[in-house]
Design a protein around this ligand. Structure first.
Ligand code: SAM
Ligand code: SF4
Length: 329
C-alpha cells in the first residue's frame, strides 16, 4: 500500500470530509445565532465527486475517513455515501462526528451501510443548559442518539465535551463519572476561540480536578488500542473505569507533531489544517473532467503545504475566513 508523508515526515492517512455546512443547532462556540450565509446547494460536492476524490486519495495512502459538518446527518441519504466509500479499495475505516440529535432515526441504517463508529458531541447533561449552549436543541434527542448508537454497535463511541469556563466546566466531574458509571469514552476538548463566547480551561487543570475521583492512569498502562489508535487525544482511566477519559488540548498541549489529517470542505476545498485558510479547490477541476493524475497532483500540493504547527495561541479570538462548521471540526 502507498504511504503519504508531508514535509515534516508526518504520515498522512486520514481524511475528514465535511458533507454539509448546515446544522440544526447553533452552538455558542461554533456558529452565530443567525445571519449565517450557507453554501449554495450547487456548490456542494455530490456523493460521486466525494467518492472520486477519496478513490484517488486512497491510492495515495489515505485509509481512514471521517464524515463531519455542519451536522452530517442533515445531508440527504448519507448512508448512500457511506456505502460508496466503503467499497473503495484501501479505505479501512469510516466514522462520523455528529451532535447525535438525529442518530435515533439513522443509527441502524448507518451501521448497515458500513459505518464503523461515531463521535457524539455533548457539552452538558442539563437540559436547560443544553438549550443555552446549542441555542435550540433538546438534550433528550442527543441522549437518545447515544443510546441508538450503542444499540447499533457503532463502537467505540466517543463523547466529545467542549469545556467552557463558567458555562459548563462545573460538569467535568459528572462527565468523568460517566466513564465508569456508563462506560462512556469521554473526551474533554479545549474550546478554540472562534467566537468570544467562551473561555477555555487548560487540560492540566481538568486532570487535577478529575483526580479528586481517583488517580488517572495513562493510556500506555491500559489496553486502549481501539480507542487511542491515533489522533489528537491523550487517554487515561480512573480505577474501575469501563470507559476512558481523553483530553484534546489544541491550545495548551498542541498535537501538531502527530497530525495525520487533511480536510475536505463541503464545497470541495482540500485543506492542510483546520486552523488555516489555506487550501486548494478540487471541485472546479473535477467538474472540468480533471484526470485522477491531476487530482493526485493537487492533493500532493496540499500535503506539501501542511504547516508544521497551527497558529492558535489562546490569547483571544482568531479570525478565519472559514468557520469550524464549514471546514468540518
Ligand atoms: N455537528 C457535528 C458535531 O457537533 O459533532 C460535527 C461538526 S462539529 C464542527 C465537530 C466538532 O467540532 C464537535 O465536537 C464540536 O464540539 C467541535 N467544535 C466546534 N467548534 C469548536 C470550538 N470553537 N472549539 C473546540 N471544538 C469545537
Ligand atoms: Fe452544529 Fe456541530 Fe457546530 Fe454545534 S458544533 S453548531 S452541532 S456544527
Amino acid at each position: 500500500m502507498s504511504e503519504l508523508f508531508d514535509s515534516f515526515r508526518r504520515r498522512i492517512n486520514y481524511l475528514r470530509i465535511s458533507v454539509t455546512d448546515r446544522c440544526n443547532l447553533r452552538c455558542v462556540y461554533c456558529m452565530p445565532p443567525e445571519g449565517v450565509s450557507w453554501i449554495p446547494h450547487g456548490e456542494i460536492l455530490s456523493y460521486e465527486e466525494i467518492s472520486a476524490i477519496v478513490q484517488v486519495a486512497a491510492g495515495m495512502g489515505i485509509n481512514k475517513v471521517r464524515l463531519t459538518g455542519g451536522e452530517p446527518l442533515l445531508r440527504a441519504e448519507l448512508p448512500k455515501l457511506i456505502e460508496m466509500l466503503s467499497q473503495i479499495k484501501g479505505i479501512e475505516e469510516i466514522s462520523l462526528t455528529t451532535n447525535g440529535t438525529l442518530l435515533k432515526r439513522y443509527a441502524m441504517e448507518l451501521k448497515q451501510a458500513g459505518l464503523k463508529r461515531v463521535n457524539i458531541s455533548l457539552d452538558t447533561l442539563k437540559s436547560d443548559r443544553f438549550r443555552y449552549i446549542t441555542r435550540c436543541g433538546e438534550l433528550r434527542d442527543a441522549l437518545d442518539g447515544i443510546d441508538a448508537a450503542m444499540d447499533a454497535d457503532l463502537q467505540p463511541i466517543k463523547i466529545n465535551m467542549v469545556v467552557m469556563r463558567g458555562i459548563n466546566d462545573d460538569e467535568v466531574l459528572d462527565f468523568a463519572r460517566m466513564s465508569y458509571n456508563q462506560g462512556w469514552n469521554v473526551r474533554f476538548i479545549e474550546v478554540m476561540p472562534f467566537t468570544e463566547m467562551a473561555e477555555s480551561v487548560p487540560s492540566s487543570e481538568l486532570r487535577q480536578r478529575i483526580m479528586s475521583l481517583g488517580s488517572l492512569l495513562k493510556a500506555e498502562s491500559c489496553q486502549l488500542s481501539a480507542i487511542s489508535s491515533d489522533g489528537p487525544a491523550r487517554y487515561y482511566r480512573l480505577p474501575g473505569d469501563r470507559g476512558t477519559i481523553g483530553f484534546i488540548s489544541p491550545i495548551s498541549e498542541p498535537f501538531c507533531s502527530d497530525c495525520n489529517r487533511l480536510r475536505l470542505t463541503s464545497n470541495g476545498r482540500l485543506c492542510p489544517c483546520l486552523l488555516s485558510d489555506d487550501g486548494v479547490d478540487l471541485k472546479q477541476p473535477l467538474r472540468s473532467n480533471a484526470s485522477p493524475e491531476e487530482i493526485k497532483r493537487l492533493i500532493l500540493k496540499v500535503v506539501a503545504s501542511k504547516p508544521e504547527r497551527h497558529r492558535l495561541s489562546g490569547d483571544g479570538a482568531i479570525s478565519m475566513k472559514r468557520k469550524m462548521s464549514q471546514t468540518g471540526g
